[in-house]
Design a protein around this ligand. Structure first.
Ligand SMILES: [Cu+2]
Length: 118
């Protein structure tokens, strides 16, 4: 007598492990910690005004091009860099570390300014 006990256990379904815990995620940026201090720099007649601006850590500085030709706002040390700003266009940067930040216009390198963050 020969017995054939064939056991086919062939259902190996792929197991997908679901990623759990995605709900309720919130991103808090450094800007949220600031007190909303803002400072303005006007670009007019090939100059930044005021040429030196002193702000507290966390402040946002906004440059506005009031000139009728394009300018840029570029950090000398590569901290920030605007695109070309046409008339009435703005560029903003939030300073999260104390320091002195010289900058210039890459189209007209003689145009310079400084932001001091304390
Ligand atoms: Cu310029």
């Amino acid at each position: 007598m020969t017995r054939h006990n064939a056991w086919f256990v062939g259902l190996l379904a792929p197991v997908m492990i679901a990623v759990l815990g995605l709900a309720g995620s919130t991103t808090v940026t450094a800007a949220d910690q600031s007190s909303g201090v803002a400072a303005e720099v006007k670009i007019d007649n090939f100059s930044f005004g005021p040429q030196t601006v002193t702000v507290p850590v966390g402040a946002t500085v906004t440059w506005t091009n009031r000139d009728d030709i394009p300018h840029t706002v570029v950090s000398t040390e590569g901290v920030f860099k605007s695109k070309v700003r046409d008339t009435d266009e703005t560029f903003s940067y939030t300073f999260t570390k104390a320091g002195t930040y010289p900058y210039f216009c890459s189209v007209h390198p003689k145009m310079t300014g400084t932001i001091v963050v304390k």
